[in-house]
Design a protein around this ligand. Structure first.
Ligand code: ZN
Length: 445
């Protein structure tokens, strides 16, 4: 299959008329200015946003970028969107509502919910998701017949939606420092790290899948247990709430960052989600270790978490990634610009992040252990995300990287190719809306 991209982000710049050829899901050639002259003229004259085949390649009008990586997701939180805003509440009252949804799900309903959620991701240009998965067991805490049934449901949902998944199976052992799981949390727990590892080791990984681990948080996995696992990738909710930092200091005399480091996990293979409330020393040791930091600004603003020191972490040596986490919004364009806009609010200065840096954060798949995706380049996985540049929101913005980062929204995505397969076209959006309403409506009824 071949595509002729009107404009595309290739080698760190937007280039015109990029001809890409794809075999077995990978780019075999990428040629800027690769269109025969008569076709280039036809493309610039063509106002249609719908790709049309011409000879042996399809033309994609608009701006095409690499596939986006959503590095932090809890698929079932999608059912909470718009339903947690009625009372003032706190992070902890929001958590009670989230547990309400968790309590309603079984493997059948979770498959439906995760499938529509992942389809929404694909429609937003996301070609790979890191699913931070802790809803493992039955409501009374006993395992399903296959103890990995809920994880397998997520892998199947990703296959149906057409994106890759890194299943970050999440260890959750305690409700708080020294407190056993209670209520809905018994579904999350395996008892200890060894039992968790034994269960996770049994999960198979089909072609579109990687298996990784996660610790829910420093409050959910005791330090002595944390040390018992040494594989990667390992993700953790690091430091989302000030209250949890204070409890961590009281329990260990260390910050959450210091606890994770003490457990031996501050490495370049692992990811810190919500690196929000950090000391200067935390930032220094995270940067020196080159540990990934995954920022989820739309969730962090929704939950009132605070603004993490993204630029300081980057300056210290940390690669940044992005995630939509609670799915209050599924829109990595919004997450990209939020990194910059949040820094502006915090410092009353502009110009912390450049558009190429932010596009780089949204398109890096390596923290999910897919090292061969995230660029339109020969040998890479053939992911293409095309943004309409003639929409009300994007028209007149230059059709370059600033359009992608500072103007576009998920709804401007008109075509998505993942691993060489066309997995979304703009005409699919209407049906997706109906399916989301149907599935989520039934969960709450
Ligand atoms: Zn999370």
């Amino acid at each position: 299959m071949s595509y002729l991209l009107e404009r595309a982000w290739v080698d760190g710049a937007v280039q015109d008329d990029v001809l890409v050829e794809i075999e077995d899901g990978r780019f075999t050639s990428v040629t800027p200015g690769g269109a025969p002259r008569h076709l280039s003229e036809e493309i610039s004259a063509n106002q249609s946003r719908v790709p049309r085949s011409s000879g042996e390649f399809a033309r994609l009008p608009g701006l095409t970028i690499p596939g986006l990586a959503n590095c932090h997701s809890h698929a079932f939180h999608r059912a909470l969107r718009g339903r947690t805003q009625r009372e003032r509440g706190s992070f902890w009252t929001w958590r009670d509502q989230m547990y309400d949804v968790a309590g309603r799900l079984d493997p059948d309903t979770y498959l439906e919910l995760a499938t529509v959620t992942y389809r929404e991701m694909v429609a937003a240009g996301i070609t790979c998701v890191g699913e931070f998965h802790y809803l493992h067991h039955q409501p009374d805490g006993s395992p399903y017949d296959d103890p990995n049934e809920m994880g397998l449901v997520l892998i199947e949902a990703a296959r149906r939606a057409g994106l890759r998944i890194t299943l970050l199976d999440t260890c959750y052992l305690s409700s708080g420092f020294g407190k056993p799981p209670e209520g809905p949390q018994v579904r999350f727990s395996d008892g200890d790290v060894d039992a968790w590892v034994e269960r996770v080791t049994a999960i198979g990984s089909p072609d579109h899948t990687r298996i990784g681990g996660a610790y829910h948080s420093v409050r959910a996995v005791p330090l002595d247990q944390m040390k018992r696992y040494t594989a990667a990738p390992l993700h953790i909710h690091l430091s989302e709430q000030v209250a949890e930092n204070e409890q961590c200091l009281a329990a260990y005399g260390m910050t959450p960052t210091q606890v994770f480091a003490e457990a031996g996990h501050l490495t370049e293979h692992n990811t810190l989600v919500h690196a929000t409330h950090l000391t200067e020393d935390d930032i220094r040791i995270i940067g020196e270790a080159r540990t990934f930091a995954c920022f989820c600004p739309t969730t962090e603003r929704d939950l009132g978490d605070g603004i993490g020191p993204s630029r300081a972490l980057h300056a210290a040596g940390t690669p940044l990634t992005l995630g939509s986490d609670s799915h209050a919004v599924i829109d990595l364009f919004e997450e990209m610009r939020a990194l910059e806009l949040d820094e502006r609010l915090a410092t009353q200065e502009r110009g912390h992040w450049t558009a190429p840096e932010l596009l780089g954060a949204a398109t890096r798949h390596d923290s999910l252990h897919w090292d061969d995706a995230g660029a339109i380049a020969v040998g890479r996985r053939a992911d293409l995300v095309t943004i309409a540049t003639d929409r009300v929101r994007t028209a007149g913005t230059g059709a370059d990287e600033h359009t992608a980062v500072f103007a576009a929204a998920a709804e401007d995505v008109i075509q998505v190719v993942a691993d060489g397969r066309a997995v979304f076209q703009e005409g699919d959006r209407e049906r997706l809306g109906r399916d989301l309403a149907d599935v989520i409506g039934r969960i709450w009824s």
